[in-house]
Design a binder for this molecule. Structure first.
Ligand SMILES: C[S@@+](CC[C@H](N)C(=O)[O-])C[C@H]1O[C@@H](n2cnc3c(N)ncnc32)[C@H](O)[C@@H]1O
Length: 294
């Protein structure tokens, strides 16, 4: 259940549970991109099989299910079932526990027309991304497509002169421990840049063809009614403070729950005064050679 969390502005009671935050993030992302499945990918046919890896609440998969024939099989994989939907789902949708870095069961190999991944890049270092993509490719039929959506390039802006961004910045700076996995820099949301990753080359390097990348900024949409800019900024700050909370009690982190709550409340006030963020929403698609596509 959502609790009413007062951040001093009385305008952000909605997003408390992780599942609700993920679902709101889904709405913002889909509006920014303008598609669930990239238009370069042929529309799924009645016999198609679609995987969503790192599915979370499965919201992308469940939305896709509404747009494809009811005979299409849709499977959500996640390392943990904690966010899997608790209510009933359509009979052609199922969820399975699977770490995307581990080999998939033989019964899954070569059976999918589309493998989609969204917002899991912080779980992979740059060096292991190619191996992860290679592992996911094993799910694809010849000619099947892969779609990976993630965000990077977080930046903070003022819309009103004289407004402090201090708390929002301190929260973002605090994510340093998440920017590396072992000795490697991660490729997702927490990183500072993103332009130097050369994602298309990595995908071509593992053997995918027809590789194409689009990068949309979250400010692509001007949508004052939905307050996407403000609500999206609140959403991402709550995501970040959730990450910081996992550092509480870690030796040398210096973070306490009280400090994080205090900063979050201050950040929400800053956003209420007009501070907002932008992010690059990256969508990269590619096809496994062979076959005749979806
Ligand atoms: C930020 S959520 C994104 C959920 C969903 N893709 C979406 O866009 O709404 C990241 C998800 O990736 C999952 N995840 C993280 N590491 C993973 C791994 N190694 N294998 C599979 N899933 C993983 C997490 O459990 C979580 O559900």
């Amino acid at each position: 259940m959502a609790q009413n969390k007062d951040h001093g502005q009385g305008i952000y009671p909605e997003i408390v549970e992780v599942t609700e935050r993920l679902d709101e993030q889904h709405i913002f992302t889909t509006k920014t991109l303008g598609f669930l499945i990239h238009p370069n990918i042929p529309a799924p046919g009645p016999q198609s099989k679609i995987a969503d890896v790192g599915t979370g609440t499965g919201i992308w998969l469940l939305d896709v299910a509404k747009t494809v024939p009811p005979t299409v099989q849709l499977v959500g994989f996640d390392a943990t079932p904690s966010s899997f939907p608790s209510s009933s789902v359509p009979p052609n949708v199922s969820f399975k526990i699977q770490d995307m870095h581990r080999p998939f069961p033989d019964s899954e190999l070569g059976t999918y027309d589309l493998v989609a991944v969204r917002f899991v890049s912080s779980a992979a270092g740059r060096g292991e991304w190619a191996d992860t993509v290679r592992n996911l490719m094993t799910l694809l039929k010849p000619g099947g497509w892969m779609q990976w959506i993630d965000s990077c390039g977080f930046a903070l802006y003022n819309s009103v002169p004289g407004t402090s961004r201090r708390a929002c910045r301190e929260i973002f700076e605090g994510l340093e421990p998440f920017r590396k996995k072992g000795e490697e820099i991660v490729i997702g949301l927490m990183m500072r840049g993103g332009g130097d990753v050369q994602r298309e080359k990595i995908w071509e390097g593992v053997g995918l063809v027809d590789v194409h990348e689009d990068v949309f900024s979250t400010d692509r949409l001007q949508d004052p009614e939905l307050r996407l800019r403000e609500r999206g900024t609140r959403n991402v700050i709550v995501c970040f403070t959730g990450c910081l909370e996992s550092l509480v009690g870690t030796e040398g982190s210096g973070w306490t729950r009280e400090r994080i709550r205090e900063l979050e409340s201050e950040a929400m006030r800053e956003i209420g005064r007009g501070v907002y963020h932008t992010l690059d929403q990256v969508c990269i698609v590619g096809r496994k050679p062979g076959g005749s596509g979806v």
